[in-house]
Design a protein. Structure first.
Length: 552
């Protein structure tokens, strides 16, 4: 697999694999930790989803500035190493059970990802500018993407075992160790990087950094404060008069406005030869926002589905295996606890005082009466965060098949263009949501638990859409971006991911508002179908630009 690709690819593959090991281990337990009444922060579903959405949004917003700094000042190697160290430190600090420390840790991860994520993706693209590798670029990004998902697959087993054995602290520490391993592997590959890691420097037509600070970063901060303070119309459904759902959501959306204006200005100020490629990228960025809004529900609404609505009970050999590997925990059935839930109460710690609050999900709440165990009996449940390994597991299985499929078409001169792949990726992703609609119907709208195979099927379908879209997005940015702003445009790709991630948090925070959970998934289907139709409408124009640039 490696022989026909640059020698740097295995090192970048393994670096990204371990970086994603840390990130997805943390994401897999993040909302569960926030909602844990005994050893977490006892947040409600809405609070946890809102914080999760804000966090993953900001994680993908900082690549905008991280890519710019790498392009002009630090170069890629220095940026990647500094970013990785910051992220690893942040993961370790998350294990300190203190809300202030949690926010500090999240900040380190947010800033660190800004320096790591866009620059390792851009660095990979730099190796495919050489003539012998040009036609292998999409394949190289697919292989790289598989590395991401190998890390994402294995991490949840470590996270589950460590959390069950030792607690949340040690699970977060494992994420930090994984990140530091990734940094060390990246450094070991230095001899294969040559001059590809060097900064491009400030180009004649580039906006000075002080202008970026004054006209983008400062306005973003000001707009964010305005969004936080500004109130909308108070109503029964919006008693706190938020504009978009919460203070953090309002602040984030307002803060994005100057950054979006900046990217629009790149088009209007670009040289004539660069206008159409930049315009093509901006159109793709806009469309894929809705993909990420639905896809990133894996860490919030779909984790809730796995936790509350999926049959996780194990017996026999599977029980013995998972218990021996510390991937399952025993839960005792207490009738009075279920009745307490039925009365819509929950024990919640707040400032050291225990009070009652709604919506603490107990596993036995929607188990059929005839299947409930005897009072005091214990059942073995596989750890909820293991559901986070289903998607990367599918990626590992399907990536070679997708690569082979497109190689087959390429050899027959029938390979679709990258924008066409993205359009079909959106369509396939929309179809995946119908699986969850069916799952809701099978579970009688959450009153009965359903098989985990519904989640497996949903992730299987959306993974195909993901493989058509996500690595192709990274590839098309490196293909179409003007040389002097490649990392900046890679930051634009991650900006669209960021906005989509925040929208995902907004969607997930409304989960409890839908009495019929099928309606929640129908909304997701409608969003993806809208994005699909828009992408197909733009396809002719986008493909024309690709042909003009002489690329596929």
């Amino acid at each position: 697999m490696w022989k026909s690709h640059p020698k740097a690819l295995p090192y970048l593959f393994l670096s990204e694999m371990w970086e994603r090991f840390g990130y997805y281990l943390m994401i897999g337990i993040f909302t569960l930790y926030l909602k844990d009444v005994e050893t977490g922060f006892a947040m409600t579903e809405k609070e946890a989803s809102d914080l999760y959405g804000t966090f993953i949004a900001l994680v993908f917003l900082t690549p905008f500035i991280g890519g710019l700094v790498a392009d002009r000042y630090w170069g890629y190697k220095k940026s990647i190493i500094i970013g990785g160290i910051m992220m690893g430190t942040g993961y370790f600090m998350m294990g300190i059970h203190n809300l202030t420390m949690l926010y500090v840790a999240m900040t380190l991860v947010i800033v660190g990802n800004g320096f790591f994520k866009p620059n390792i993706s851009t660095l990979l693209g730099n190796f495919y500018t050489e003539e012998q590798y040009k036609e292998k670029k999409d394949e190289g990004y697919n292989i790289f993407y598989m590395g991401i998902n190998v890390g994402a697959f294995i991490c949840n087993f470590f996270g589950a075992a460590l959390q069950i054995l030792l607690g949340w602290k040690f699970a977060f520490m494992a994420a930090g160790v994984g990140m530091f391993v990734g940094v060390m592997i990246f450094i070991l590959g230095t001899k294969h990087y040559g001059n590809k890691t060097e900064k491009k420097g400030v180009q004649p037509n580039d906006m000075p950094f002080w202008k970026i600070v004054m006209f983008i970063l400062v306005p973003s901060a000001v707009f964010g404060v305005i969004g936080w303070l500004l109130k909308g119309v108070t109503s029964d459904t919006n008693p706190d008069s938020y504009i978009f759902g919460s203070d953090s959501t309002d602040a984030f959306i307002f803060a994005c406005i100057p950054v979006i204006v900046f990217y629009a200005s790149l088009y209007f100020k670009a040289k004539e030869d660069d206008k159409r490629p930049i315009g093509t990228l901006l159109a793709i960025f806009a469309v894929v926002i809705l993909f990420w809004a639905v896809f990133k529900l894996n860490g919030s609404a779909l984790t809730t589905w796995a936790d509350r609505y999926t049959d996780r009970e194990m017996t026999g050999t599977s029980k013995s295996l998972f218990s021996s590997l510390k991937l399952a925990k025993e839960v005792e059935f207490k009738k009075d606890s279920v009745e307490l839930y039925d009365a819509n109460f929950r024990l919640q710690k707040e400032n050291g005082i225990v009070k009652k609050e709604v919506n603490y999900p107990l596993y036995f709440r929607n188990v059929k009466q005839e299947l409930k165990p005897a009072e005091g009996a214990k059942v073995s449940l596989w750890a909820t965060n293991l559901s986070q390994s289903i998607n990367p597991g599918w990626v590992i299985i399907l990536t070679p098949l997708v690569v082979a499929f497109f190689t087959f078409l390429r050899n027959r001169k029938k390979e679709p263009t990258t924008p066409t792949k993205i359009a079909f990726g959106l369509l396939i992703s929309a179809l995946s949501v119908l699986v969850m609609v069916a799952a809701v119907k099978m579970g009688a709208n959450g009153t009965e638990k359903v098989s985990v195979w519904w989640l497996v099927a949903n992730y299987g379908v959306i993974t195909i859409g993901e493989l058509f879209l996500s690595p192709m997005g990274l590839s098309v940015v490196s293909k179409l971006s003007p040389a002097n702003i490649t990392s900046l445009m890679m930051g634009g790709w991650f900006l669209s991911t960021s906005i989509g991630n925040k929208l995902s948090g907004v969607l997930a925070s409304m989960w409890d508002q839908y009495e019929d959970k099928a309606d929640f998934f129908w909304v997701n289907f409608a969003l993806l179908m809208f994005a699909t139709l828009l992408m197909f409408a733009l396809l002719k124009q986008l493909n024309k630009v690709m042909r003009e640039k002489g690329i596929n």
